[in-house]
Design a protein around this ligand. Sequence first.
Ligand SMILES: C[S@@+](CC[C@H](N)C(=O)[O-])C[C@H]1O[C@@H](n2cnc3c(N)ncnc32)[C@H](O)[C@@H]1O
Length: 282
Amino acid sequence: MENSGPDGWLTGVRFEEAPQVDLRTDRAHPARVYDYLLGGKTNFPVDREVGDRILGEWPGSRAATVEARAVMHRMVRRLVEVHGVRQFLDVGTGIPTTPNLHEVVQAVDPSCRVVYVDNDPIVLAHSRALLTSTPEGRTAYVEGDLREPGRFLADPAVAATLDLDRPIALTLINIVHFLSDEAAHPPVRTLVDALPSGSFLALTAGTADSIPDLVAIGSRRYSEAGIENHLRPRAGVERFFAGLELDDLGVVLINRWHPELGEGPVLGDHEVAAYAGLGRKP
Ligand SMILES: C[S@@+](CC[C@H](N)C(=O)[O-])C[C@H]1O[C@@H](n2cnc3c(N)ncnc32)[C@H](O)[C@@H]1O
């Protein structure tokens, strides 16, 4: 078997038995538009059309998107190096883009374990790339929807990969802005409640606070393409951390989340469109 993940789990079935997926190339998908804005190649004309419209009106959206991904690298590396976390539940994984989350954390400690969850068939189609774990660690891919946490938590691949009695970092990176407050808060609470004490929530979410006019254009283009999106002010993002201990930074624009840990250029407040926060479950 090509993937070196120890069990070859994929959405509860062996990888070889994975169903054929409908890529729905007739409509734009958030994961593929994001991939295009990141400079990736896993996208179709319908996705590039949305991306090109956004880039035409907001040329800085590519740099803002690259930073939206880069902050994930900084957050998960710090979770391993400073907070001692070795297990990750990443919901809204996106199309594989090197380095993926497991590659970042396993570069620090090869024993790290990661479960990836996404509801987009194109991510499923490329999920083999998410299963190239170190021999010491583990990775699994589970097809699932953030709005139905009970379903994916019950997937045997989760228990086979993560020890639910030891701290886990729940990473929700660039996903909650596709859901309203009413849709997002209950499942996030369910997930946090399911994690043991000492676990973390690492979350980033889109905002129009920093560059309202340009972000409004981007948001409109997504909506026109049928992609629901909900931007939040800082207080709206802070609500996700209710009951958790936010780290000393609190919820800040992503460019301000430990930029010293990154390798790329440090962007200004008027070049990014998302907040980041890291909270610990007491
Ligand atoms: C913008 S991408 C972010 C990818 C990755 N987390 C990152 O930051 O690089 C958002 C991802 O969330 C997924 N997504 C959106 N809504 C979802 C939901 N309700 N349940 C699971 N995944 C969802 C999309 O399919 C897409 O892959």
